[in-house]
Design a protein around this ligand. Sequence first.
Ligand code: TYD
Ligand code: MG
Length: 451
Amino acid sequence: MAKPRTTYSCTECGGQHPKWQGQCPHCGAWNTLVEAVATPAPSRFQNLAGTRSEVRALGSVDATDKPRFPTGIEEFDRVLGGGLVPGGVILLGGDPGIGKSTLLLQAMAAIGAAHKVLYVTGEESVEQVALRAQRLALVNAPVSLLAEVQLERIVAAIGAEHPEIVVVDSIQTAYTEAITSAPGSVSQVRECAAQLTRIAKQRGIVVILVGHVTKDGAIAGPRVLEHIVDTVLYFEGDTHSSFRLVRAIKNRFGAANELGVFGMTDKGLKGVSNPSALFLSQHAESVPGSAIVATLEGSRPLLVEIQALVDPVQGGVPRRLSVGLDPQRLALLLAVLHRHGGVETAGYDVFVNAVGGVRINEPAADLAILLAVHSSLTSRPLPAKTLIFGEVGLAGEIRPVQRGQERIREAAKLGFRQVLIPNLNKPRQAIDKIRVMAVDRVDEALSLLRE
Ligand code: TYD
Ligand code: MG
């Protein structure tokens, strides 16, 4: 078979160029050309030249929900939206060593009795996988293993074995003959994933791709796959703590932003069904710079401690650093604090951190971040057992957040005694004797705390 010709396409504008070069000749962007297969696949080509594709009325399409198969691991099913869907392609991303292979081996072992599973391991030998299985007490699990990195051979094995679920661990180690770039490069990762996706759709099998992401999310390549696959799950969490979150970033078959919470034990990952208090650090008494927020990403509220440290700048430019929170948002909040709260942070380094390695994308954390910063700056702790949430606007207003009552109720369950919240989230009836401080503006919140 003649090798398909490759071309270089720009990831910014999609322009094609026969040779690699540093700058895209079409849009002028730098370092955006990646290798891609030049000729369309023959089947697609014939389709274009010969018959027409069928056009159908929406109502005539049989849209009965395909049965899902639960994996048997409750927290994993929760993020998947109830289980695996035939024909679905899932990307499971995360830092190396966070537990991707462990979770998948556990899930495949649980599901293997009912459905045929092929676990393709490109990173580890079959012996290493067997060792992990031993550690997890899953040695006799009904899972077929294949140690292979070459995509054409993986596809051949799928053809011969007829599995219902295929795990490819990891997509960075897979490579296809169609492209000359090294395994792990953007072109290889993209082409391999595209081929596996086609197979999943044609055969109606579930394909799970494992992808490594580095802290900045750029180098390893899974980000380029997010639009190809149906479901994108990312592992979060601090490798130093034992808790792991699996978050659905995108899910064509369920709710996005759902969270699964696990604890890493010496016998693998164990689901945590009631995780709301996991991300609170234990202080004997209140300390400056600490505020507790209730986030609601997914279906369950999570209480998370936000810590801030504000310190006089040690020469040079003041630093703003955030871990687990959006750095742009921090800059914006500091500007609001200055303009509408009259609190200057120009001469200070500002560091903020969400405890436990959890990532908060919700603006509901704004008010807690702002007050934690102010508390650290003034060295005055916030009142004990107080929950804070609310979105902060550029005009200094405090906007309501979704499902405020649910957040307050969760805090009440965990022994919180008061809440500082947006006025529009004020509950009509008292909740569990919780004292409610409701505010409309940033300066109001600051003066309330000064009293
Ligand atoms: P692993 O699943 O190999 O991570 P990934 O595939 O995401 O790179 O697991 C990584 C870590 O989990 C490893 O440091 C060892 C630890 N671990 C446990 O703590 N308990 C266990 O039972 C297993 C199997 C792993
Ligand atoms: Mg692994």
